[in-house]
Design a protein around this ligand. Structure first.
Ligand SMILES: *[C@@H]1O[C@H](CO)[C@@H](O)[C@H](O)[C@H]1NC(C)=O
Ligand SMILES: *[C@@H]1O[C@H](CO)[C@@H](O)[C@H](O)[C@H]1NC(C)=O
Ligand SMILES: *[C@@H]1O[C@H](CO)[C@@H](O)[C@H](O)[C@H]1NC(C)=O
Ligand SMILES: *[C@@H]1O[C@H](CO)[C@@H](O)[C@H](O)[C@H]1NC(C)=O
Ligand SMILES: *[C@@H]1O[C@H](CO)[C@@H](O)[C@H](O)[C@H]1NC(C)=O
Ligand SMILES: *[C@@H]1O[C@H](CO)[C@@H](O)[C@H](O)[C@H]1NC(C)=O
Ligand SMILES: [Zn+2]
Length: 660
C-alpha cells in the first residue's frame, strides 16, 4: 500500500498550483467541436501517460521493492495531474446540446471529491484497511509440538478452511480471523462509510450505495436483484438442505441441526462464499468416475505455459483474438523463483497502448487454476476487443460483463465433452456423471447467489443510514440467517465485531453485486452462444469450442466496451435488453429435479428456522451522522474539492486498473 500513499501525496502537491490556473475560466462552452477537439487531445495524450503508470505498477507488483513503489508514486503523480486538468477542462463545457456520444465521453471526466484533509483521511483509511487484511496473522500453539504457529489468510488459513473434517480447526480459524481482523477494521470502516457517503453526496448521489447502483445505469437495481433472486431461491433452498445433510453426516448431530441454518465456518472457505471444497462430501455418485482432470494433467506433464496455450487456443478456435506475442514474454504466469517478492492474486492487465496485455498469476498445474486461466483470458479478450475505442470507453459494459466473459468460456472448457476431446478425461456419457458435474457447478455458482446479494443489499442499507449503529453486526447476521440460511458458529459482540469487513472486497472498497450479476449474465450469454454454435441437447453439455458463429456474436458485444449502456450491449448479443434468470434455471433444471427427489427421500426440511432476535432501542447511523454529512458545511472547500476530486478518483481507480 506504500505506493498508493506516495501517489496521493505527490498528486496533492502538484495540483494545488493547477487549480489556480483553471479557476479564471469564466462561462461554459457550448461548442461541441471544441469538446471533440479536447477529447481527441485527451485520447492521444493520456494513453501514453497511463501506459507509463501501468508499467510502473506492474514493475512494483511483480517485484515488491521500495524503489519500485516510489516509481509508481512518480508515474501516478504525472497521470493524476493530467487527469485533474482534463477533468477541469471537461467541466467547462455545457453539454446540453451535444451528441450522446460526446456527452458520454465527457461524463467519465466528471467527479467531485472531498477537501484535501478528508480526501487524504479516506485514502489512509483504505490503505490501512487493506494492509490489516493482508498482513494479519492468526497464531496458536501447535497442539502436538507446542510450537507457536502463525498463519496468513493466504495461503495457510485458506488451505485450512478448504479441508473438510476438522471442526475445531475451522472454529479456531474462523474466530481468530473474524475477531482479529473485524475488530481492528470496525472503527476504520465506520469512518470510511461516513466519508464515502459524503463524497457520493457531493457528486449528487443519495449515498455511496446509490453511487454503486447507478454504475448499472438504472434506478431499478434494488428491484432487479430481488426479482432475479426470488426466481433462483427455490433451487438454492434445495441445495442448502442437501448440503446440510452432508455436513450432518460428516460432523454429527451435536454439530449440525437438520432444521437450522448452516454454520458459517464449515462451508469450505473463510466466508462461506464458494462451496466447491465441499465436493468430496457432496458428490452425488462418488463411485462414478471423477470429473476432475487434475491427476491426468500431472500424469501428462502439463506445464503452466501449456495451460495458457490451451486457453488461448480455446479463444482463437472461435475466431477470437489471440493474445499478442509480447504476452508470452512479459506476463508473469508462475511464481518467480529468483527470490523476488511478488503479489500473487491472479489479475489481468490492460496497458492502454492497444497492444500490451498481460496476466500476473502464480499458476499451479491443477484444474482449478486451469479454469482461472480461462477466466483471466476473458478479461484479456475484452481488453483486446475494445482497444480501438476512445480511452474512456475501454472498459466493460458493466463490471458484471467483465467478470462474465471468462466464466462463460470456462463453462464450455470444463464440460466433460471438451475435457474428453482434450484427452484430459475419459468419461462415458452417463447421467450419474452428469449429476456429479452439475452439482460441482452449483457449488461454485448457486451457493454464491444469496451470499453476494446480501453483501451488497446490507451495505446499501448501511450506506443509506437505515441500520442502527449499535446493531450493525447483529443485523448483518440477521440478514444472513434470513436470506442465506447461515449463522456464525460462536456468539458475536455487537459493540466490537463487524464481521462483514473481514472479506477482501469489503475492506478494499469493491462492490460485490458484480459477482451476483455476472452469474446471470454468464448463463444468459451461454444460451445464446450455444444456439449460435448449433448445439442441441442439454445446455450443460454445450461446448462452443471451434464455433466462429459463437465467437462473432461474442466479439460484436465485447467491441462496444463501455461506449453504450449495458442494456444496448445485451441487446446486441441476446436480442433483448433485460437480465434474465431463466437461462440459469434451464441449465440447472436436471439438478433441481434430482435434488428435490433426493431431499424428499431423506425427508429434509426445506428452509431453516430463524434464531430468535432481541429487541433493542434503535440508534440510527443516519441520526448519529446528521450534521457531519451536511454538504453545505463551510468546512468543505468546494473549489479545492473540485480539483482534488479527479486525483482522488484516479488514485482509487489505480487499485482497479487490474481485473481480479
Ligand atoms: C527488482 O527491482 C529492483 C529495483 O528495486 C531491481 O534492481 C531488480 O533488478 C528487480 N528484479 C527483477 C528480477 O526484475
Ligand atoms: C440548446 O439548443 C436550444 C434549442 O436550439 C437553445 O435554445 C439553447 O440555447 C441551446 N443551449 C445551449 C447551452 O447551447
Ligand atoms: C503441528 O505440527 C506438526 C509438525 O510440524 C504438523 O504436522 C501438524 O500439521 C501441526 N498441527 C496443526 C494442527 O497445525
Ligand atoms: C512425463 O515425464 C516423465 C519424466 O520426465 C516421463 O518419464 C514421462 O514419460 C512423461 N509423460 C508423458 C505423458 O509425457
Ligand atoms: C520473446 O522472447 C524470445 C526469446 O527470448 C525472443 O526470441 C522473441 O523475440 C521475444 N518476442 C517478443 C515479441 O518480444
Ligand atoms: C476444430 O476444428 C479443427 C479444424 O477444423 C478440427 O481439426 C478439430 O477436430 C476441431 N476440434 C473439435 C474439438 O471439434
Ligand atoms: Zn475476474
Amino acid at each position: 500500500m506504500a505506493d498508493v500513499k506516495a501517489l496521493l501525496f505527490l498528486a496533492l502537491v502538484c495540483c494545488s498550483a493547477l487549480a489556480v490556473n483553471i479557476k479564471s475560466k469564466g462561462r461554459l462552452n457550448s461548442n461541441e467541436a471544441d469538446a471533440i477537439a479536447f477529447l481527441d487531445q485527451y485520447n492521444s495524450e493520456y494513453g501514453p501517460i497511463l501506459n507509463q503508470y501501468v508499467i510502473a505498477s506492474w514493475n512494483y507488483e511483480t517485484n515488491l521493492t521500495d524503489e519500485n513503489a516510489a516509481a509508481v508514486g512518480e508515474a501516478g503523480a504525472v497521470a493524476g495531474a493530467y487527469y485533474a486538468e482534463a477533468s477541469a477542462t471537461a467541466a467547462t463545457f455545457d453539454t446540453t446540446n451535444f451528441s450522446e456520444d460526446t456527452k458520454r465521453q465527457l461524463s467519465y471526466l466528471d467527479s467531485v471529491s472531498l477537501d484535501d484533509a478528508e480526501s487524504e483521511e479516506l485514502y489512509n483509511i483504505l490503505s490501512e484497511m487493506g494492509s490489516i487484511y493482508a498482513s494479519y496473522q492468526a497464531c496458536r500453539s501447535n497442539p502436538t509440538t507446542g510450537v507457536n504457529e502463525c498463519m496468513y489468510i493466504e495461503p495457510e488459513l485458506t488451505e485450512l478452511m478448504a479441508e473438510v473434517g476438522n471442526y475445531d480447526d475451522h472454529l479456531w480459524a474462523w474466530e481468530a480471523w473474524h475477531n482479529g481482523v473485524g475488530r481492528q477494521l470496525r472503527p476504520l470502516y465506520l469512518r470510511y462509510v461516513e466519508l464515502s457517503n459524503k463524497q457520493a453526496r457531493l457528486n449528487g448521489y443519495a449515498d455511496y450505495g446509490d453511487q454503486w447502483r447507478q454504475k448499472y445505469e438504472t434506478t431499478e437495481m434494488e428491484t432487479i436483484v430481488q426479482d432475479l433472486y426470488s426466481q433462483v431461491e427455490p433451487l438454492y433452498k434445495q441445495l442448502h438442505a442437501y448440503i446440510r445433510r452432508k455436513l450432518y453426516n460428516a460432523y454429527g448431530a451435536d454439530k449440525i441441526n437438520l432444521r437450522g441454518p448452516l454454520p458459517a465456518h464449515l462451508l469450505g472457505d473463510m466466508w462461506g462464499r464458494f462451496w466447491v471444497n465441499l465436493n468430496p462430501i457432496a458428490i452425488p455418485y462418488p463411485e462414478k468416475p471423477s470429473t476432475d482432470p487434475s491427476p491426468e494433467m500431472i500424469r501428462q506433464n502439463y506445464t503452466v505455459e501449456r495451460m495458457f496455450r490451451t486457453g488461448n487456443d480455446f479463444y482463437t478456435s472461435m475466431g477470437l483474438l489471440p493474445v499478442p506475442d509480447t504476452f508470452w514474454n512479459l506476463s508473469m504466469l508462475e511464481k518467480p523463483t529468483d527470490g523476488r517478492e511478488v503479489a500473487c492474486h491472479a489479475t489481468a492487465w490492460d496497458f492502454y497502448d492497444g497492444k500490451d496485455f498481460r496476466i500476473r498469476m502464480c499458476a499451479r498445474v491443477v484444474f482449478e487454476d486451469f479454469q482461472t486461466v480461462h477466466h483471466e483470458l476473458g478479461h484479456i479478450q475484452y481488453f483486446m476487443q475494445y482497444a480501438f475505442q476512445p480511452l474512456n470507453y475501454r472498459d466493460g459494459a458493466n463490471d458484471g460483463f467483465h467478470e462474465a466473459v471468462g466464466e462463460l468460456m470456462s463453462m464450455s472448457f470444463s464440460t466433460t465433452k471438451h475435457l474428453n476431446t482434450l484427452g484430459l478425461l475419459n468419461v462415458p456419457d452417463d447421467p450419474e456423471v452428469d449429476m456429479n458435474f452439475l452439482l460441482f457447478q452449483a457449488l461454485n455458482t448457486i451457493s454464491t447467489l444469496p451470499f453476494h446479494l446480501i453483501q451488497d443489499t446490507w451495505r446499501w442499507s448501511m450506506f443509506r443510514g437505515d441500520i442502527p449503529d449499535a446493531e450493525l453486526n447483529d443485523q448483518y447476521w440477521a440478514e444472513k440467517a434470513r436470506v442465506v440460511g447461515v449463522a456464525p458458529p460462536v456468539g458475536r459482540d455487537p459493540a466490537s465485531d463487524l464481521d462483514i469487513t473481514a472479506l477482501f472486497h469489503v475492506c478494499n472498497d469493491y462492490d460485490m453485486i458484480r459477482y451476483f450479476m455476472r452469474t446471470f449474465f454468464q448463463y444468459q450469454f451461454n444460451e445464446v452462444l450455444c444456439e449460435a454454435a448449433g448445439h442441441v441437447g442439454p445446455l450443460y453439455k454445450c461446448d462452443f469450442y471451434n464455433s466462429t458463429a459463437a465467437g462473432d456474436a461474442l466479439a460484436e458485444m465485447l467491441r462496444l466496451g463501455a461506449s453504450k449502456p449495458w442494456q444496448d450491449a445485451m441487446e446486441a448479443m441476446t436480442g433483448q435488453r433485460d437480465v434474465l434468470a431463466t437461462p440459469l434455471l434451464n441449465y440447472f433444471e436436471p439438478l433441481k429435479v434430482w435434488l428435490e427427489a433426493e431431499n424428499a427421500k431423506n425427508g429434509e426440511f426445506i428452509g431453516w428456522d430463524l434464531p430468535a432476535t432481541k429487541e433493542k432501542a434503535p440508534v440510527f447511523l443516519k441520526d448519529k451522522l446528521r450534521g457531519k454529512l451536511d454538504v453545505t458545511s463551510p468546512k468543505i472547500n468546494k473549489e479545492a474539492a473540485k480539483y482534488l476530486a479527479p486525483i482522488f478518483a484516479e488514485a482509487l481507480q489505480s487499485l482497479r486498473k487490474v481485473r481480479l
